[in-house]
Write a protein that binds this ligand. Sequence first.
Ligand code: AMP
Ligand code: TRP
Length: 327
Amino acid sequence: MKSRVFSGIQPTGLITLGNYLGALRQFVDLQDQSDAFYCIVDMHAITLPQDPHQLKERIHDLASLYLAVGLDPQKSTLFVQSDVSAHSELGWILQCVVHMGELSRMTQFKEKGEGKEVVTAGLFTYPALMAADILLYQTHLVPVGDDQKQHLELTRDLALRFNARFGDTFTVPDIMLIKQGARIMSLDDPSKKMSKSNPNPGSRIEMLDPPDVIRKKVSRAVTDSDRQIRFDPQEKPAVSNLLAIFSVISGQSIDELVAAYDGKGYGDFKKDLGEALVAHLSPIQARYEDIRQSGEVERILQQGAEKARQVANDTLANVKERVGLGG
Ligand code: AMP
Ligand code: TRP
């Protein structure tokens, strides 16, 4: 039997190069050898305020991008979280399994809540819903970026706790991190991860940035004090981040790149990186436009939800039975 893969991305803004290298690219690699479910987690998105009209658009934007990077609805199941009500139901049950202390230790909730006047209870219990997403599908592997490690560990703990209390119900999932690209940093500050929510657009490359914008953002990216191009995340975090991006995008190893730019300055290096990014992203952008116009996306998402419901409802029925819920 093929292993089950599950992952999700929030429809909260334009996807960054960080999302792509940390998550989306792996989704495509995994679809041939596994039974993959990729979810647009709109209910996670509303843990922070969203404009309703914009949220709807972004769900379709993200689905179009899933398809444009090469996800094939014949191979992977693509769907929207709120179309499968089992997620909310299991999310609630897991809120009654997770401890307040465990949720309080999650760093994402602290980061996202920082400086906000009010923080919703949903932002706090977010990891219980994420655990429900994963456990409903009896998932073996979850490809995600490094920032989701803590949530995955909690998901495993909840699966083990539930299984111990109510009998074997959930597969205990493993996290799948890629070595390079698991954490792409901001272009303006290599101590922060590249993020959709950073107020400075120059801090990130967005998947749909036009070529000139990509070139300009790369040329303005901060570098480190000396002029050497070498990979040293401690001493030279900015250049190391650019090298990591260049390596994944071009398929050349970091050592090859370091050798190729030996004795050259940051200017040449950034110019070539900008061109490599444009060459990699342009075909994806062209496909994106076609798909977004095609009107196909809605149908694909409906079919995906249909398939997801079958798997999710089986697990949910079993969970309810074991917990003693229902008439
Ligand atoms: P989010 O945008 O928070 O919904 O994240 C979607 C996926 O992209 C998750 O698997 C994240 O771990 C991954 N991700 C987000 N930002 C980065 C980054 N800067 N580097 C690598 N992966 C990332
Ligand atoms: N919490 C993830 C993020 O912010 C998104 C997410 C929600 C997710 N549910 C998931 C990722 C299930 C993997 C599996 O990036």
